[in-house]
Write a protein that binds this ligand. Structure first.
Ligand SMILES: [Zn+2]
Length: 345
C-alpha cells in the first residue's frame, strides 16, 4: 500500500483543486459534518474526531475559495447534475440532528451566508432516544475514567452468549463494544446497566439532540431539513420492508412537523450494499419517495442520477482542502480504473 499512498500524496500536493475539477469533470461537491464543538462530547469522543469552531471556520473559508455555496432547492433543480451549475459548487449538510447544529453551526453559517441541509432522525428529535453508537461511546467514556471492578467484569462475562469469547479486561470490553451493532442494542443496554449508566438521565441533562422548536427555527432562517431514518440503523442489515419503513416514516415526520415542500433523505452510516430493488422503490417511476437522496461515498457517482454521494468531513485531522483533494485523488484513480460508479445488485 505504501507506494500507492505516496502516489496519492504526491498527486494531492501537485494538483490544485481547480486542476482536480478540470481533470475529473466534477465541479459539484457535497461535504457533510456531524457536529462542531469546542467542548468534550462524551457520546461522540470515542467514535470519531470532530472539529472545533475555529477549525470549522477555517474549513469553510478554504471551501469558499473554490466553491460557490448553493441551496438545496438549486441542487434539486439540477437533478444532481453538476454541469447544471456555471461554477464549481458545493452544498453543505449535517447529519444526526445534534444540538450543536442549532447552537454553534447555524450562527456561523448565517454569518457567512452559507446555506445548508440538516438531516434529522425522527426518533431522536426532542431527545426521545439515543443513537446506539452514542451509547457505546458513553460506556467507553465511563470505563476509561474508572477502573472496572471484578464484580462488573463478572456481570459482563455473564451477558455473553454461550461459546462467545468472554472479555477479561478493559481493552477486551472496549473491543467488544466496538463490534456491537444496531441489532445488539439489548446487549448494549445491559452493559450500560452493569456500569449504572442511565441514558434517560443523559438525554435529559446533556440534551444531545435538537428540539422541534430549534429545527423549526433553522427552517425559518432559510436552512433546509431532511430525513435520516427513524433511529439510525445500518441499512444493508435490514430487510426491504424495514428499510422502506425507516425511510418513509422519517420523511413523513419531516414533512408533517416542519411543513417543508421538498423531500430529501440521507442514509444513516452508508448506502453501501443497499439493493437496487430498494432504489427502485425509492425512485419509483410514477411516484418517487424523494426529490434527492444522499450517501457517504465521497465523489463517486451512482447509477441513479438523483442519488448523490457526499464527502465525510469528520474523523481525522486533515483540513477541508486536504480532505477534498484526497476525495478528488481517489475519484481520479477510480475513473482511471473504471470503478467510480457505485454498483448495486
Ligand atoms: Zn448519521
Amino acid at each position: 500500500m505504501q507506494p500507492v499512498k505516496n502516489l496519492l500524496g504526491q498527486l494531492g500536493r501537485q494538483f490544485s483543486i481547480p486542476m482536480f475539477i478540470a481533470k475529473t469533470g466534477k465541479q459539484l461537491i457535497l461535504p457533510f459534518y456531524h457536529t462542531i464543538s469546542n467542548n468534550y462530547l462524551p457520546h461522540i469522543a470515542h467514535l470519531y474526531r470532530y472539529n472545533n469552531e475555529a477549525e470549522f471556520e477555517r474549513d469553510l473559508d478554504l471551501m469558499l475559495k473554490h466553491f460557490e455555496p448553493i441551496t438545496l432547492q438549486e441542487l434539486i433543480d439540477s437533478e444532481g447534475n453538476g454541469a447544471y451549475f456555471s461554477k464549481p459548487s458545493m452544498h453543505l449538510s449535517f447529519d444526526d440532528g445534534l444540538r450543536e447544529c442549532s447552537e454553534i453551526i447555524a450562527p456561523i453559517l448565517l454569518r457567512k451566508g452559507i446555506p445548508a441541509t440538516f438531516f434529522v432522525n425522527s426518533g431522536f428529535v426532542d431527545n426521545r432516544g439515543l443513537l446506539y453508537r452514542f451509547k457505546v461511546s458513553l460506556i467507553m467514556d465511563k470505563i476509561q475514567k474508572t477502573e472496572i471492578s471484578n464484580g462488573e467484569l463478572a456481570a459482563i462475562k455473564a451477558l455473553m452468549p454461550e461459546g462467545a469469547r468472554k472479555p477479561n479486561n478493559t481493552d477486551a470490553i472496549k473491543k467488544l463494544l466496538g463490534k456491537l451493532g444496531y441489532e445488539h442494542q439489548f446487549v448494549i443496554n445491559q452493559i450500560a446497566d452493569v456500569f449504572e449508566l442511565d441514558f434517560g438521565v443523559f438525554l435529559r441533562n446533556q440534551k444531545p439532540y435538537m428540539t422541534k422548536t430549534q429545527i423549526r427555527q433553522l427552517a425559518q432562517s432559510g436552512f433546509t431539513i431532511g430525513a435520516h431514518s427513524i433511529d439510525h440503523p445500518m441499512y444493508y442489515k435490514l430487510d426491504i420492508v424495514e428499510q422502506l419503513e425507516q425511510t418513509t416514516e422519517s420523511l413523513h415526520y419531516v414533512q408533517e412537523v416542519f411543513q417543508v415542500p421538498y423531500r430529501v433523505f440521507a442514509f444513516p452510516f452508508t448506502d453501501h450494499r443497499v439493493s437496487a430493488r430498494f432504489f427502485d422503490e425509492l425512485y419509483n417511476q410514477g411516484e418517487p419517495l424523494v426529490d434527492l437522496s444522499f450517501g457517504t461515498a465521497g465523489l463517486k457517482t451512482d447509477l441513479n442520477a438523483k442519488h448523490l454521494q457526499r464527502i465525510p468531513m469528520d474523523g481525522g485531522k486533515l483540513n477541508a482542502e486536504q480532505i477534498i483533494k484526497t476525495a478528488y485523488t481517489a475519484s481520479l484513480v477510480q475513473q482511471t480504473l473504471g470503478i467510480n460508479e457505485v454498483k448495486r445488485h
